[in-house]
Design a protein around this ligand. Structure first.
Ligand SMILES: *[C@@H]1O[C@H](CO)[C@@H](O)[C@H](O)[C@H]1NC(C)=O
Ligand SMILES: *[C@@H]1O[C@H](CO)[C@@H](O)[C@H](O)[C@H]1NC(C)=O
Ligand SMILES: *[C@@H]1O[C@H](CO)[C@@H](O)[C@H](O)[C@H]1NC(C)=O
Ligand SMILES: *[C@@H]1O[C@H](CO)[C@@H](O)[C@H](O)[C@H]1NC(C)=O
Ligand SMILES: *[C@@H]1O[C@H](CO)[C@@H](O)[C@H](O)[C@H]1NC(C)=O
Ligand SMILES: *[C@@H]1O[C@H](CO)[C@@H](O)[C@H](O)[C@H]1NC(C)=O
Ligand SMILES: *[C@@H]1O[C@H](CO)[C@@H](O)[C@H](O)[C@H]1NC(C)=O
Ligand SMILES: *[C@@H]1O[C@H](CO)[C@@H](O)[C@H](O)[C@H]1NC(C)=O
Ligand SMILES: *[C@@H]1O[C@H](CO)[C@@H](O)[C@H](O)[C@H]1NC(C)=O
Ligand SMILES: *[C@@H]1O[C@H](CO)[C@@H](O)[C@H](O)[C@H]1NC(C)=O
Length: 423
C-alpha cells in the first residue's frame, strides 16, 4: 500500500468523524442541554421541565421539529432568569432556530458560544441587562431573519457584518448604548429597523434613509441631506446621468405606510388643484386668450407677470416670478446631478450648481406635447402655491428635452421631495 493511499484513508476517516461530530445531536442531547441550562441559570418562576417527561410535548416553552427529533425553538419570556447565560448549555442545541429569552433579567456579555447556533432564524434577547460589545462577525448566523436586542446595555459599534444577513427582515437595536457610525445596512428584505435611543453619530446611510424618523431618534445623528457640496455623494453630470434604479427602488420600497399615504393624498390634491385651474382657465378663455396664448407664441412678457427669460430663441430657461435663482441653461447642464427617483412622467435629479445652489430638476419623458401646450401647463403648475407642494421655479422646453426646475428641500420635507418626482 502506498503512502498516498494511507493518507487518503486517514483523511477520509477524519472527515467521517468530524462530519459525524457536526451532525451529531439528538433529542436526548438537546434535553440534557436544556436541563443543564435550567440547573445553572437562577430563575424566579419554576418550569415544569422534568427528566421523566417528554421534552417535545410537555415542556413549557419548547418546540420540536416536525418529526420530533430535535428541539428547534426555545421561548422563555418573563421567567425571571438572571445572571449570565451559563456557557455551553443552550449553545449545544445545534438545531435551534428560534431563541427567545425576552423580558428576563439576564446580564453579562453577548454569549460567545451562541456562535455555534448557526441555524438561528430568530434571536430575541430584548428587555434584559446584557452589556458589552456585540460579536464582530454576524455572518455565521446567515439565516437570521429577526434580531431583537433592544432594551439592553450593549455598547460599542454596530457590527458591519450585520449587512451580510441578507434574510434579515427586522432589526431592533433600540435603547442600548451603541455608539459610532451606522454601517451601510443594505439589506434587501429589511422591513423593520429601530436604532433609536443609542449614542450613534455620523449620518444615516443612504440604504436606510427610507425608514421613519422614529427608527433613528434619540441619537446624535446629522441631518440626512447636508447641503455642503463637499459631503455630497458621488456625482455625475446632469446630461450623462448614471441612474441607479436599484437603490432608488429600494428607497421607495422602504417608505413607511404613512409616507405612501402622504404621497397618495398629496398626489390627489395636486391633481385636483391642476384640474380646477385648467377648468378655470378654459372657462375664462375668451377673456384671457391674449394673456395665455399670445405670450406663448410671441414671446412677449406680459407686464403683470414679469416672467424673466433668458436670451436665445430656442434654448431658454423660463423662470417664474419671485424666483431668486441666477443661472442659465448652460449652468444647469454643467451641474452635477444625483438621481432622486423615477416617476411616471420622468426622472428627478438633485442638481448642484457651481455656486452650490441646489435645485431639483425633473426631466420629463417624451411627453408628446407641443411647445405651446407645454408652456401653458407649466404656467398653471407654476402658479400652484401650497405648503405641501414643491414650487416650480423654472422650466425649459426644446424638441428633445423638457425640464422642470424646483426648489430643493432638505430633509424634514420629504413629502415635498416625493411630490416632485412622483407627480
Ligand atoms: C407544563 O406546562 C404546560 C403548560 O404551561 C403544559 O401544557 C404541560 O402539560 C406541563 N407539563 C407537565 C409535565 O406537567
Ligand atoms: C462549538 O461546538 C463545537 C463542537 O461542535 C465545540 O468544539 C466548540 O467549542 C463550540 N464553540 C463554542 C464557542 O462553544
Ligand atoms: C439556512 O436555511 C436553509 C434553508 O432553509 C437551510 O438549508 C440551511 O441548512 C440553513 N443553514 C443553517 C446553518 O442551518
Ligand atoms: C462598554 O461597556 C463596558 C462596561 O460594561 C466598558 O468597560 C467599555 O469600555 C464600554 N465600551 C465602549 C466602547 O463604550
Ligand atoms: C460578509 O461575509 C464575507 C464572507 O463571509 C466576509 O468576507 C465579509 O467581510 C463580510 N462582510 C462584512 C461587512 O463583514
Ligand atoms: C423591536 O422591533 C420589532 C420590529 O419592529 C418589534 O416587533 C418589537 O416589538 C420591537 N421590540 C421592542 C422591545 O419594542
Ligand atoms: C462619534 O462618536 C465617537 C465616539 O463614540 C467619536 O470618537 C467620534 O469622533 C464621533 N464622530 C463624530 C462625527 O461626531
Ligand atoms: C428608549 O429610547 C427612547 C428614544 O430615545 C427614549 O425616549 C426612552 O426613554 C428610552 N426608554 C428607556 C426605557 O430607556
Ligand atoms: C423605535 O423604538 C422607540 C423606543 O422603543 C419607539 O418609540 C419608536 O416608535 C420605534 N420606532 C419604530 C420605527 O419602530
Ligand atoms: C425627527 O425627530 C426629531 C426628534 O427626535 C425631530 O426633532 C425632527 O423634527 C423629526 N423630523 C421629522 C422630519 O419629522
Amino acid at each position: 500500500m502506498s503512502l498516498n493511499r494511507v493518507l487518503l484513508a486517514i483523511s477520509a476517516l477524519w472527515l467521517a468523524i468530524s462530519s459525524a461530530g457536526v451532525g451529531a445531536g439528538s433529542l436526548a442531547e438537546d434535553k440534557q442541554a436544556l436541563l443543564d441550562f435550567l440547573a445553572a441559570a437562577p430563575h424566579g418562576r419554576g418550569l415544569n421541565w422534568s427528566r421523566a417527561t417528554a421534552v417535545c410535548r410537555l415542556w413549557t416553552g419548547i418546540t420540536c421539529s416536525a418529526d420530533g427529533s430535535r428541539v428547534v425553538a426555545v421561548r422563555l419570556p418573563g421567567i425571571g432568569f438572571s445572571g449570565p447565560i451559563p456557557p455551553n448549555t443552550l449553545s449545544r442545541l445545534s438545531a435551534l432556530r428560534i431563541l427567545s429569552l425576552r423580558a428576563n433579567i439576564l446580564s453579562g456579555p453577548f454569549p460567545a458560544d451562541f456562535a455555534n447556533l448557526t441555524a438561528l432564524t430568530g434571536l430575541h434577547l430584548q428587555l434584559n441587562r446584557f452589556s458589552g460589545p456585540l460579536p464582530s462577525d454576524f455572518s455565521r448566523w446567515k439565516n437570521l431573519t429577526v434580531l431583537d436586542l433592544s432594551f439592553n446595555d450593549f455598547n460599542g459599534s454596530i457590527p458591519a457584518s450585520i449587512s451580510n444577513l441578507t434574510h434579515l427582515t427586522a432589526l431592533n437595536l433600540s435603547n442600548n448604548s451603541f455608539s459610532g457610525q451606522i454601517p451601510d445596512l443594505d439589506l434587501p428584505n429589511l422591513l423593520f429597523l429601530n436604532l433609536s435611543g443609542n449614542h450613534l453619530n455620523g449620518t444615516i446611510p443612504k440604504s436606510i434613509q427610507g425608514f421613519p424618523n422614529s427608527s433613528f431618534s434619540g441619537n446624535d445623528l446629522s441631518p440626512v441631506y447636508p447641503l455642503t457640496p463637499a459631503s455630497l455623494p458621488a456625482q455625475t453630470p446632469l446630461l450623462v446621468p448614471s441612474p441607479s434604479p436599484v437603490s432608488s427602488s429600494i428607497t421607495m420600497r422602504k417608505l413607511s405606510e404613512s409616507a405612501i399615504l402622504g404621497i397618495i393624498v398629496g398626489g390627489c390634491a395636486l391633481l385636483f388643484v391642476m384640474l380646477a385651474l385648467f377648468l378655470y382657465l378654459c372657462c375664462s378663455r375668451g377673456k384671457e386668450e391674449n394673456f395665455v396664448s399670445g405670450k406663448a407664441s410671441k414671446g412677449d412678457l406680459s407686464p403683470e407677470k414679469s416672467v424673466s427669460r433668458n436670451q436665445g430663441m430656442n434654448n431658454r430657461l423660463v423662470f417664474f416670478e419671485g424666483c431668486t435663482f441666477d443661472f442659465d441653461l448652460e449652468d444647469l447642464l454643467r451641474a452635477s446631478a444625483e438621481v432622486l427617483g423615477k416617476g411616471t412622467f420622468g426622472t428627478a435629479y438633485k442638481a448642484v450648481l457651481e455656486d452650490a445652489t441646489t435645485v431639483v430638476v425633473k426631466r420629463l419623458k417624451e411627453a408628446g406635447v407641443g411647445k405651446k401646450e407645454f408652456e401653458q401647463q407649466m404656467e398653471v403648475v407654476g402658479r400652484i402655491k401650497h405648503e405641501n407642494v414643491a414650487e416650480l421655479r423654472a422650466y425649459y422646453y426644446s424638441k428633445d428635452e423638457k425640464l422642470m426646475v424646483y426648489d430643493y428641500y432638505t430633509q424634514g420635507n420629504v413629502s415635498s421631495l416625493l411630490h416632485v418626482y412622483l407627480t
